[in-house]
Design a protein around this ligand. Structure first.
Ligand code: 13P
Ligand code: SF4
Length: 302
């Protein structure tokens, strides 16, 4: 019998790749879809940590990443030995790690979060009187500390894509549309000065929902501080709105994740034929250790 293959694509993939996929979503949606899939093979048009998460949640499936280079700067900027030492320096804290982390990194976390559930999850831990350390995204952690008055010690890695957004470029962009109402929505991987100016801060899906429900003057300008792939979904949802990538420097409105964009049509087609990077290098023990904090999160997000 022919093997059943499903293709998952993150919103940051190009429109062509999203059209090739059985499921398009943010990292939480894709993790859940992968966990519940009965496919023999999952082609993951995303980045490596996402494919690893799919394998950890569905170890019987063969998981294929189309391109070897699809990493994430939050992973490459984190030395897990140093992170483990940092975790040991905070023995009375709970360690919450963002899902943008390697399987090894997840194994030294108590909880995994995504940008969709991080606010609620950490609020719940504080409500229980727990102290929290947060890794690896310094911008996201700084935002949570600012927004909710936490004092979480933070690991210091950034998303190289979102970290490029800055207040000066934003001010220049806003000045260009001074005669209109302008709104800013931003992913929490963006720097704090940008997030402080945002009308909405949230995950990829959260921003998409915000745009779907937008009910202000239709000639408003909506600046979006996140990776450019999602603009396709936003414009599809609300073609009548003026939705623009937030500028990263004067005159430049492009912010593209080089790792997501390695998912080319050719690479995804090859992966669907069984070629690509098989996520078969994690040991049972590594997967078991990483699964625990991920499953805690999935249970919390029900
Ligand atoms: P989401 O959790 O919003 O899908 O974001 C993943 C990501 O890599 C953001 O840069
Ligand atoms: Fe990683 Fe940033 Fe790319 Fe998301 S956009 S995968 S956080 S480098």
């Amino acid at each position: 019998m022919a093997k059943k293959v499903v293709t998952l694509a993150h919103y940051y993939c190009t429109p062509e790749i999203q059209q090739m996929a059985d499921k398009v979503g943010d990292s939480l949606e894709l993790s859940l879809f992968a966990r519940d899939s009965h496919a023999d093979t999952i082609v993951f048009a995303g980045v490596r940590f996402m494919a690893e998460t799919a394998k950890i949640l569905n170890p019987h499936a063969e998981v294929i990443l189309p391109d070897r280079g699809s990493t994430c700067s939050l992973v490459t900027q984190t030395d897990v030995a140093a992170l483990t030492a940092w975790r040991k320096q905070h023995p009375d804290h709970v360690h919450v790690a963002y899902i943008n982390s390697s399987a090894e990194h997840k194994a030294v976390a108590d909880w995994i979060c995504t940008s969709r559930n991080v606010d609620d999850l950490i609020a719940d831990l504080y409500a229980q009187g727990k102290k929290v350390i947060f890794s690896p995204d310094r911008n996201m952690g700084a935002y949570l500390n600012f927004q909710y008055g936490y004092d979480m010690p933070l690991w210091s890695a950034v998303c190289e894509v979102h970290d490029k957004f800055n207040e000066d470029a934003l001010n220049a962009g806003l000045a260009e549309v001074a005669d209109k109402s302008a709104f800013l929505i931003a992913h929490p991987e963006s720097p704090l000065p940008v997030l402080k100016r945002a009308d909405y801060v949230g995950s990829t899906s959260g921003m998409l929902n915000w745009v779907r429900q937008f009910a202000q003057a239709p000639d408003s300008v909506i600046f979006v501080a996140t990776e450019d792939g999602i603009l396709y979904n936003m414009k599809q949802a609300r073609p009548e709105l003026d939705i623009r990538q937030a500028p990263i420097y004067a005159g430049c409105q492009c912010n593209s994740c080089p790792y997501m964009k390695l998912n080319t049509i050719e690479a995804v087609k090859r992966a669907q034929q069984g070629e690509g990077i098989r996520i078969d290098y994690l040991t049972e023990a590594q997967m078991d250790a990483a699964r625990l904090p991920i499953e805690r999160m999935l249970e919390f997000s029900k």
